[in-house]
Design a protein around this ligand. Structure first.
Ligand code: AMP
Length: 282
């Protein structure tokens, strides 16, 4: 398995191994790899002649310095995991300077309002950071297909918008959420939970399932109040937001229209660790 720390060497290598029939599958990650990441990578391996995985904790998408500092960095074990699925994976694990040069700053994007809802509202600047890094990585890797998880559904929609706005010839593939046995969505941040917190965090998905069963029976206002009430009664949990939104625009809804697709979105602090999850409702 080849690991590149420098974009020039990666670009040179990809040029060397590519011809007109080569398809490059790309999976951008921030490392601390779990089965959710690995499912994206397996999807890419199955459908492309070359698979590139990037591992880079992108500073510009963190609005909270403590979250950035504490984000798990486990390159050694990540490499072992990747090697165990396929020796043919190409890894790009740069330092900040290799990606950003001298100035670690983000570009300001207009994603037609997708960036202003939920994660965008609660984490100012987050999607400018995401857009900046993904656009940069796309320029370096030049993928045919790029794989993103529905766990970060808002991010997925924003990446689709990025591709549309810059007319990038890249197919964005969305992949289902991988969960732990108790239903908790797999996340690199789960590593920071204590065993007890990891068990009790199952309530997040349990709540989403209950929301789904209430969706056609109760008003959105009543469902939101119920979710707020659930988390008021959990001492170690703090609800950051819960929204039911139109999948296409991500605008939170109060009324349901039969012609639209809806999703529930949730962000919860378990002590000071922030977890997100989402579920399709219809
Ligand atoms: P991250 O390393 O958290 O930036 O995630 C890298 C990619 O893996 C993103 O496209 C995520 O949406 C995706 N991902 C993270 N967790 C999961 C999961 N539990 N199931 C499926 N995909 C995931």
């Amino acid at each position: 398995m080849l690991i590149f720390n420098r974009q020039v060497a990666l670009i040179e290598h990809l040029k060397h191994i590519s011809d007109s029939k080569t398809t490059i599958g790309f999976v951008p990650t921030m490392g601390a790899l779990h089965e959710g990441h690995l499912s994206l990578i397996e999807n890419s391996l199955k459908n492309n002649s070359v698979t590139v995985v990037s591992i880079f904790v992108n500073p510009t998408q963190f609005n909270n310095p403590e979250d950035l500092e504490k984000y798990p960095r486990t390159l050694e074990s990540d490499s072992q995991k990747l090697k165990s699925i396929s020796e043919s994976i190409i890894v790009y694990a740069p330092d900040t300077e290799d990606v950003y040069g001298e100035k670690t700053v983000s570009i300001a994007f207009d994603f037609d309002g997708l960036e202003n809802q939920m994660e965008g509202k609660f984490r100012p600047g987050h999607f400018d950071g995401v857009g900046t890094i993904v656009k940069r990585l796309f320029e370096i890797v030049n993928p045919t297909n790029a794989y993103f998880g529905e766990k970060d559904f808002q991010q997925l929609q924003i990446i689709k918008k990025l591709v549309e706005k810059f007319t990038l010839p890249i197919n964005i593939v969305s992949c289902p959420i991988f969960r732990e046995n108790n239903g908790l969505a797999m996340s690199s941040r789960n590593e920071r939970l204590s065993p007890i917190e990891r068990q009790s965090a199952a309530i997040i998905y349990k709540t989403l399932l209950e929301v789904k069963s209430k969706f056609n029976l109760e008003s959105i206002v009543a469902i939101k109040e119920w979710v707020e009430h659930v988390f008021e009664n959990q001492i170690d949990f703090k609800l950051d937001y819960f929204e039911i939104a139109d999948e296409a625009t991500l605008i939170p809804s109060v009324e349901i229209s039969l012609s639209k697709k809806y999703r529930a979105f949730i962000a919860v602090f378990v002590n000071n660790i922030r977890l997100i999850d989402t579920i399709s409702l219809n």
